[in-house]
Design a protein around this ligand. Structure first.
Ligand SMILES: Nc1nc2c(ncn2[C@@H]2O[C@H](COP(=O)(O)OP(=O)(O)O)[C@@H](O)[C@H]2O)c(=O)[nH]1
Ligand SMILES: [Mg+2]
Length: 498
């Protein structure tokens, strides 16, 4: 499952582990083990942004609490396992197992004070977790100014964007993620951007950048009133936000998380469909009225019982209900399964899944290898034994000389440019980003129909351009980046000739 880059870092860890002292050896084994695990994605964002809802959609099960009053203050990690299991991991290292509650969700009461909890470790038999470990985080609280100030302080000391009440253990659990999905709603606020950027320092080499961070514009159904279609507003807004956040996330994908969750978790039943059908039979004027607001729906949709009304609101909200009613009006016999499929399509979730795949999954080898190398470099710097330090540093350097590892230098350089720490003209930046994030020479060189010869010529020309830029271009930082790009295009030319 792991790619060639992470595999060779893992081999290096194994080899070195027997040659260094016990302390460093133990850490090397930890890094190696981690390389064999699925990519770890943290879901970050402010309180009530819809993070846990999105987590459930990604897992395909409603396991994370999203109840209205719910306000989880702990980090929860969801990973694949052969049995469903919830372990509360305490800060003193103690573990306490809990059963899922009657609804199959993590119990709201953990039985341990939140202040003592490091994080909650959940293993599930969900197939979707085989390739992705998901870390749900509490939100960055910001309405309360005191908490906000403390959150900022926490951000200042380069932890991650979450509530200041979070302890170091859970902060570490989030910082250990190799990629981040940042969920926000409506206008992107200054503290959103700051919080997102705070990830940057947390994992050194490949911290939050367009390389490993994706933005999700959540709850877009709440942009317009009632059951109105939010997409004509949501799509251009997401594009604007994408431009605003271009230095921090690779894309901003709009989504109705609630509909994705309901659809992907199989929450909608045949009875729900029948209830919707009853509503669909109402006269148009009355329908318009009950779909105007949640309060009107509660007080006027009396062909249904109170419980059924709440259930539909909770699972679909007004836009989902209105969408389902329109489907049923046009096609009264549509099955529950087909209705669910259309709801998921209307949620925007398929595009999010596709983008996740594109952004993270195929890059995950480089992301993980980069993460591991950053850990190794840190280990080489901190190990007490001087000989161990030397050995580790030497091993990392040898590995980086392998041409395959040039990919990591490229990602690192592209990240510096993309985040603005090394400014560069847009065209150069874009070419570097393409080179760093793809293996397809036609796409990198923007020659979709070219043959091998033409590609090789173009790659050599690009290499030359970057060499000139390295010599004659701007400052020393730009020059270093340009040298990395120069070598990258040189290697690309060799690759297409083979
Ligand atoms: N209408 C609507 N409500 C949503 C959506 N996503 C989440 N919610 C609701 O918003 C509330 C907070 O969501 P939650 O996922 O718990 O937010 P978190 O605090 O970021 O984890 C819950 O009541 C969700 O049902 C959405 O896309 N549309
Ligand atoms: Mg939550």
């Amino acid at each position: 499952m792991s790619g060639p880059l992470s595999a060779s870092v893992a081999t290096l860890c194994d080899e070195m582990a027997s040659r260094v002292g016990a302390e460093a050896g133990h850490q090397l084994i930890q890094i190696r083990d981690r390389l064999g695990e699925p990519l770890r994605v943290a879901i970050a964002g402010r309180l009530k942004a819809g993070k846990s809802t999105l987590v459930n959609a990604l897992i395909g099960r409603r396991v994370a609490q999203t109840a209205v009053g719910e306000c989880t203050r702990v980090v929860t990690r969801f990973r694949y396992g052969t049995a469903d299991r919830v372990d509360v991991v305490c800060r003193d290292g103690q573990r306490k197992s809990l059963p899922l509650d009657d609804d199959g969700m993590i119990p709201q009461r953990l039985g341990v004070p939140a202040s003592r909890v490091a994080f909650v470790d959940v293993t599930l038999t969900s197939e979707k977790l085989r390739e992705l470990t998901v870390v749900d985080t509490p939100g960055l609280a910001s309405t309360d100014t005191v908490v906000s100030a403390r959150a900022e302080e926490a951000v200042g000391v380069s932890t991650a964007p979450f509530d200041a009440d979070i302890d170091a253990d859970s902060a570490g659990e989030v910082a250990a993620a190799e990629a981040v999905v940042y969920v926000f709603t409506q206008a992107v606020r200054a503290d959103d951007v700051r919080a997102l950027e705070a990830f940057r320092d947390a994992s050194a080499r490949l911290a939050s950048s367009p390389i490993n961070a994706l933005g999700v514009f959540g709850k877009v159904d709440t942009l317009v009133g009632g059951a109105g279609d939010p997409w004509p507003v949501a799509a251009p807004l997401a594009e604007q936000q994408g431009a605003l956040l271009a230095r921090t996330v690779s894309d901003v994908v709009p989504v109705v998380g609630l509909l994705a969750e309901t659809g992907e978790s199989g929450r909608l039943t045949g009875a729900d469909r029948d209830a919707l059908k009853q509503l669909a039979a109402l006269p148009a004027g009355q329908l318009k009225l009950i779909l105007a607001s949640a309060d009107l729906f509660r007080s006027r949709a009396t062909v249904l019982g109170a419980e059924q009304r709440e259930r539909l609101l909770g699972a679909l909200d007004l836009y989902g209900i209105g969408f389902a009613l329109a489907q049923l009006a046009a096609e009264p016999d549509v099955s529950t399964g087909e209705l669910v499929r259309r709801l998921v399509a209307a949620s925007g979730f398929p595009r999010l899944q596709h983008t996740l795949q594109e952004t993270f999954r195929w890059r995950s080898d480089a992301i993980k290898a980069g993460w591991a190398l950053a850990r190794l470099e840190r280990l080489a710097g901190h190990t007490r034994d001087e000989n161990d330090r030397e050995r580790l540093r030497g091993a990392v350097e040898r590995l980086l000389r392998d041409p395959a590892y040039h990919r990591l230098r490229l990602l690192d350089a592209a990240q510096r440019v993309a985040t603005g720490s090394v400014p560069m003209p847009m065209q150069w930046e874009q070419e570097l980003t393409r080179l760093a994030t793809s293996e397809d020479p036609r796409w990198i060189l923007r020659l979709p129909d070219a043959g091998a010869d033409e590609l090789a010529t173009a790659a050599v020309a690009a290499a030359n351009r970057w060499r000139v830029y390295a010599v004659a271009g701007a400052g020393p930082a730009q020059s270093r980046v340009a040298q990395v790009a120069h070598r990258g295009f040189h290697l690309l030319a060799q690759q297409v000739r083979r």
